[in-house]
Unconditional design. Structure first.
Length: 1050
């Protein structure tokens, strides 16, 4: 087919092409278009203020937890009697994909895990029904099971430490429990208020075994007397005369003196009072947790918000409530309330950073436009796309129930430079036609007809590349959907502005007198255009030179391919620096709380020396909202380092320096771990740390040995630290072995002996004592001196012979042994597991570590019946890599489909698509130069780039096709297109690049999340200019000449 034949064919098609469409109507109705735009801006601005605010999109990991407490019961017994029963009944809950449990001494927690997106309220009802059925199989006497929705990503809105220089630890805890915490429960958005630390008041009754034996009273007799002697109840209604009166029976203790004088037994005409056989003390529960802030002891109070509540509003209402309590003198003057966690601070900082990046990006983009156009009014017309597109996005966000968060605002910041692309193409063409025609209205219509197709095609390709993200499930889909939604909405809105408002206003703006700077700039652009045209003409006329240029691009592409294939470059999500470091301390099992706290104070001092601003400490375990456990040999510290703007180092760097300093301290038997806190809601792995390997099997000893071996292997890896496994903490467990024959001979049973031992060691809550409307537990237990060694324990009075009333001591029916026992037992899908955890070290990428772990796994030998699998982020990386690669290929295919539909041809779409892989050369250069990993955010940037990069090629090829339709031969059309389309290509590229520059630099809180995406687009799009202006013309001429020769032969 000749060029002339081609031109005649396409011109005929063009006669039936749209004749202006929206642009023609808008040019004839400018006032209506402007008024509509102002109305949209007004409505969107109002709705913006009503949007909820949060750090991340609301991503609920559907998880239900059932928790049972049975203090003093060993982990093995809890597993056998409680955990297994719960697992069997709960595992059949509909749609549960996994059942995971953790069993500790006195505590069993079973988690039901569901797919992301599952209705958590629906499955909670089903699980509650299963739990009701399980209750009848559980041991009697345990605390009722608690079932609740659990979101591991849900952070407390606020956490406080309350201290006082007048109240003691008991009085302060009582006041916080009964007074302060109640003031926050009715605030909008508050789900719960949890209190931890301090000392909880408790009345202890310490019986004297010798006196009990002398009076013929057993522990059981004592318990029965206390329970029956402290009652209150209704007596019914009676009539006295003509009045109906309700009656009440009151036999409660009115004072502790009454408790002491309570009659226990009447013998030989005399009454034996409680104080004669026991000591009554007004003390406290055993101390479990010690809470401090910067060395000052206090009580921790956690404010948990509802899942859909606005974090900033909840925090504001909590702070206002505290101010109100202070003004009304409800808070005593000696009370000090310090916030140790305030999510709103980081959220505000991160969102302000995203807003700043968006605004600065918009200003930089407008500066680029002004430099090219040299006309303030025309710059404003192009810039109008930004506020209109943004407020339209706000309107759609409100309708869709989205929040202002780092992803939605980040999406707008990412798209800011892209929003003016369509308006640039439209107005640049309008301006060019106005210079050629005296009728500005008709010139604007002709210009719109010329570029309508290119604008719709470029918008369609942008959307085609990223919309598949809206249809993927799981965590990635929920995380990225809001970002993709905001970008898509803004791009569509900017296209509508380009097709309506821009031609309407552009037709009424006339050229202004050019300034000297403007003349110089235009001369420079003309020089560049002519140089590029001559270069293009030289390339098109020289086959050898074309082959050389193409070869250079191919070599660079192969280098980029090797970069993308390198496993060490892969990562999941960027590490957000929250400015906090968690330090975990573990002493040898059996270490007392006092000794553990001694080491903790040393670590606190060290952290302060390294510049910590605040140090929040919990000795004796861990507490995080409802998630908590007590363990005297464990502690954790949350260290707040200076804000992002006041330091030139990361949280990870601080953590590394801290661990070096700890290494110089001699603390035998103490293990210290440090973790730079990221964002809790962004953990992709199923484990408790970055790296989580699990071995499944039945025998705990075998699991422990395998865990020790695997930990030893992992220590050879250079990219991980904090390596440990879940069974490494063994403790000596006192085991009472009952002689069943001797027990039977004495008329006893093992259950009676077991209860006596538990009552003596752990005590039993026998009743309560009410004082000033507050209830305090009364616990009966033996004095610690009577059970602090084996000899004393052997002398424990367990019962009396029913016939002879002779005392029976523990040594008569049992022997006492000390045996090793696990501190906790992990299970998954009703099978025991051992979990081996580790953290990424420094700047190690997940991909690099994953390769090392795969090698270790393949070489690790397991006995029959045992399996090893990955449950950490390395496993998540493998799964998500395949999803990302699929999305990349799907994006390329959909862009090709859109282009093929637009051109009703396969050849030109193929030429445009070929520009995509070569743009990846720039991506590889940018990521390598900035030392940025190929995280999921970078891959999202690649997918977005697929839709953006083709725009330059579309603009170029559209003009080539137009010139050929007007009769130009192919080479002349290409050269003219390169010369005339340089300005819009540079404008659209530079506005997008400069619009993304603040995000790519990333010097604000939370910017780490979107920085890889911005770097990917900036460098990829920047390099694509060379691809579009040098390589695409070569490919176009080569393929079209081949196609024309093929047609002529046919």
């Amino acid at each position: 087919m000749t060029d002339k034949h081609y031109s005649t064919h396409v011109t005929q098609d063009n006669l039936n092409h749209n004749r202006g469409g929206l642009a023609r109507w808008s040019i004839h109705h400018p006032i209506g278009i402007v008024m509509l735009a102002l109305a949209v801006i007004a409505i969107g601005s109002l709705l913006y203020k009503t949007l909820p605010v949060d750090l991340l999109p609301h991503i609920v990991k559907p998880e239900i937890r059932v928790r049972i407490l049975n203090p003093g019961v060993s982990a093995k017994i809890m597993e056998d009697k409680i955990t297994r029963t719960l697992e069997e009944q709960l595992a059949i809950t509909e749609d549960a994909i996994s059942v995971v449990s953790t069993t500790r001494e006195g505590r069993s927690a079973v988690n039901l895990i569901f797919q992301y997106g599952k209705d958590i309220d629906l499955v909670l009802r089903d699980a509650s029904t299963r739990l009701d059925r399980a209750k009848r199989f559980l041991p009697s006497g345990i605390e009722p099971p608690i079932i609740y929705k659990r979101d591991p990503a849900q952070l407390p809105a606020m956490e406080f430490v309350i201290s006082s220089h007048k109240m003691d630890a008991i009085a302060l805890r009582t006041w916080v429990d009964d007074v302060l915490s109640k003031w926050f429960l009715n605030l909008p958005g508050v789900a719960s208020v949890e209190v931890g630390g301090g000392l909880v008041r408790e009345i202890h009754i310490l019986p004297d075994q010798k006196r009990l034996a002398g009076q013929g009273i057993s522990i059981k007799d004592l318990i029965d007397a206390l329970k029956k002697g402290n009652i209150e109840g209704a007596g019914g209604r009676i009539y006295i005369g003509n009045r109906e009166v309700s009656s009440r029976i009151d036999a409660r203790f009115q004072s502790l003196e009454q408790l002491k004088r309570m009659p226990i037994k009447v013998a030989a005409g005399s009454t034996i009072q409680l104080q004669e056989v026991a000591v009554i003390r007004d003390v406290h529960e055993d101390e479990k947790l010690r809470v401090r802030l910067n060395g000052v002891s206090g009580i921790k109070m956690t404010i948990q918000k509802r899942p859909n509540a606005n974090t900033i509003e909840v925090v504001n209402s909590v702070r206002l409530r505290i101010q109100k309590l202070q003004k009304q003198n409800i808070l005593p003057a000696d009370i000090n309330i310090e916030a140790v966690e305030d999510q709103s601070i980081y959220i505000r900082s991160a969102l302000n950073g995203a807003k700043f990046a968006a605004i600065l990006g918009a200003l930089l983009a407008m500066l680029v436009v002004f430099l090219f156009l040299g006309n303030f009014l025309r710059t404003l017309i192009i810039g109008s796309a930004i506020p209109i597109a943004v407020v339209v996005t706000f309107i759609l966000m409100q309708i869709s129930g989205l929040s202002l968060n780092i992803m939605t605002l980040g999406g707008l910041a990412v798209g800011i430079g892209m929003l003016v692309d369509n308006t640039i193409v439209m107005l640049e063409n309008v301006t060019r036609h106005q210079r050629l025609q005296t009728d500005h209205q008709q010139a604007s219509i002709n210009a719109a007809i010329e570029v309508n197709g290119a604008i719709i095609a470029s918008t369609s390709t942008n959307l085609a590349a990223i919309i598949p993200f809206l249809f993927i499930g799981g965590f990635l889909g929920l995380l990225f959907q809001e970002l993709i939604f905001t970008i898509s909405a803004a791009i569509v809105a900017s296209m509508i502005v380009a097709l309506t408002l821009v031609p309407a206003l552009g037709s009424r703006v006339h050229s202004q007198k050019r300034s000297p700077f403007r003349i110089k700039f235009d001369q420079g652009m003309d020089f560049l255009q002519n140089k590029l045209a001559r270069l293009s003409e030289t390339l098109l006329n020289n086959k050898s030179l074309r082959l050389l240029i193409f070869s250079i691009f191919v070599i660079l592409l192969l280098s980029a391919y090797s970069f993308f294939r390198a496993p060490g470059k892969f990562d999941l999500l960027p590490n957000l620096d929250s400015g906090k470091v968690t330090i975990r301390i573990a002493t040898d099992p059996g270490t007392s709380l006092e000794q553990t706290d001694h080491y903790v104070r040393k670590v606190e001092t060290l952290a302060h020396r390294l510049g910590a601003v605040n140090i929040f400490t919990v000795s004796g375990g861990f507490v995080f909202g409802r998630s908590s456990f007590e363990s005297h040999n464990n502690a954790y510290l949350i260290v707040q380092i200076p804000p992002h703007q006041q330091r030139n180092y990361s949280s990870r760097t601080w953590a590394r320096n801290f661990m070096r300093a700890v290494g110089h301290k001699k603390m035998a038997g103490v293990r210290v771990y440090s973790y730079a806190n990221g964002i809790r809601g962004l953990r992709l792995g199923r484990g408790n740390d970055d790296i989580s390997l699990r071995i499944q099997g039945n025998n705990l000893d075998t699991l422990r040995k395998l865990g020790d071996q695997l930990v030893k292997k992992l220590r050879q890896s250079t990219g991980i630290k904090n390596i440990k496994h879940s069974l490494e903490e063994q403790r000596q467990e006192l085991t009472v072995v009952i002689d069943k024959i001797r027990t039977a001979e004495l008329g006893l049973d093992p259950d009676t002996i077991s209860k006596a031992i538990r009552q003596a060691i752990n005590g039993e809550i026998v009743t309560d004592y009410v004082e000033q409307g507050r209830s305090f537990k009364i616990r009966l237990r033996l004095p610690s001196l009577e059970i602090n060694n084996v000899q004393n324990l052997q002398s424990l009075l367990v019962a009396r012979n029913e016939k002879t009333r002779a005392p029976i001591y523990l040594r008569q029916v049992a022997k006492i042994l000390f045996l090793p026992a696990p501190k906790q037992i992990e299970r998954e899908n009703q099978q025991r597991i051992i979990e081996i955890n580790a953290s990424l070290r420094g700047v190690s990428s997940v991909g690099e570590v994953a390769k090392q772990i795969d090698t270790i796994r393949q070489q690790f030998k397991l006995p029959d019946g045992y399996s090893l699998y990955d449950a950490g982020i390395t496993d998540a990386l493998k799964k998500n890599k395949s999803i990302v690669f699929t999305l990349v290929l799907l994006a390329v295919f959909l862009v090709f489909v859109v282009l093929a539909v637009q051109y009703e041809s396969l050849l030109n779409p193929l030429i445009i698509i070929l520009s995509i892989p070569f743009a990846l050369i720039g991506v590889a250069m940018g990521l390598d130069w900035t030392d940025t990993s190929l995280s999921l955010m970078a891959w999202l940037g690649v997918i977005m780039l697929i839709g953006i990069v083709v725009n330059n090629a579309i603009v170029l090829i559209e003009y080539i096709e137009l010139a050929r339709r007007n009769g130009q031969e192919i080479q002349r059309a290409i050269v003219d297109a390169v010369r005339l389309r340089l300005r819009p290509i540079l404008m659209t590229t530079l506005t997008t690049v400069f619009g993304l520059l603040p995000l790519a630099i990333g010097n604000t809180e939370g910017s780490e999340m979107l920085q890889p995406l911005a770097i990917t687009i900036v460098f990829g799009l920047g390099f694509s200019v060379l691809v579009s202006l040098i390589l695409v013309p070569i490919i176009y001429q080569t393929l079209h000449h081949y196609h024309m020769k093929k047609d002529s032969k046919a």
